[in-house]
Design a protein around this ligand. Sequence first.
Ligand code: KG4
Ligand code: ZN
Length: 355
Amino acid sequence: MLVLGIETSCDETAAAIVDGTGTVHANIIASQVDEHRLYGGVVPEIAARSHLDHLDGIISQALTEAHLEFSDLDAVAVTGGPGLIGGVIVGVMTAKAIALAQNIPFIAVNHLEAHGLTVRLSHDVAFPYLLLLVSGGHCQLLIAEGIDTFHRLGTTIDDALGEAFDKTAKMLGLGYPGGPAVEQAAKSGDPARFTLPRPMKGRPGCDFSFSGLKTSIRQTVATLPPGKLETRDVNDLCASFQAAAGDVLVERCENAIKTFQSRFPIGDTLVVAGGVAANLYLRGRLEALSSQTGLNFVSPPIQLCTDNAAMVAWTGVEYFKQGRFDTLDFKPRPRWPLDPTAPSASEIIAGNRRK
Ligand code: KG4
Ligand code: ZN
């Protein structure tokens, strides 16, 4: 079985071909970072146009690299949301055209589920597992019980962790994308120099908040001498930020692990996925927590943490194996929660106020 995966929900135009055993035959990613750098973040209109310009060529490149033709494909899977809607539409329309022309099944994939299932492509991880999903748009703790079956234990009530990394980088003049730059600078910094808050730490439950951390970076920068920041100050701030983020993740995960282990005594794995899972410091912190709590720690290889189409193709494989396909009237979804029963961030905030 060969599935073509297409990813266009943010600023990566990507196509990949994965088979039923999890062999990746091609995994092509064209990053639009240079097109967005000038603006310090992703500009949705530029992203959509760029996907339109590049997607056909990227798909051809994937087929050529895999030594395959369109007629060899058994299905086409595409990110159907959530994401920047212009880009999602470009991917979905292209996938529908391929499905129609080749008369093969069309599978609309939830981008968040694709991040969450990537460990089943890279490793042998069985359901149920505890999933920390940390990306540019999301920060959630979920129990992955099966395909399309996620129980959310917590989410961020304001910024996602990747967003906090990106904004921190911007304030410190490290450019875009911020996560890798902050991680690099933090390597030579002193994590104890600046005292930053650990939002939500000590509260019951598994929700997150990162906007206070971001604000305190801004306030700390304001106390430093005006003008270009000293490299040592930047490095120390990055290290202090990362340490605060690590403390929060570990403490929130501790609560989630207790809930997971009481509900699923057979569950034995903590998975971290999404772009921020590429951060080796945070991986190290979560790995240590896993060994303390008797869980296995699994994270996809770095290149499969950030957006890619292999994860979309693999999710297509998982759905194909269950015979679950979508019809060609599927509508792209700017929002697509993994657990539709979980409260929204504003409902969580209102609930916290009532307590
Ligand atoms: O999953 P992803 O590629 O796209 C979304 O679905 O959002 O995640 C992108 C996010 C960005 O905020 C980026 O700064 C962050 O992941 N990121 C990192 C690292 N690499 C990417 N954050 C911290 N450390 C990294 N090494
Ligand atoms: Zn993503």
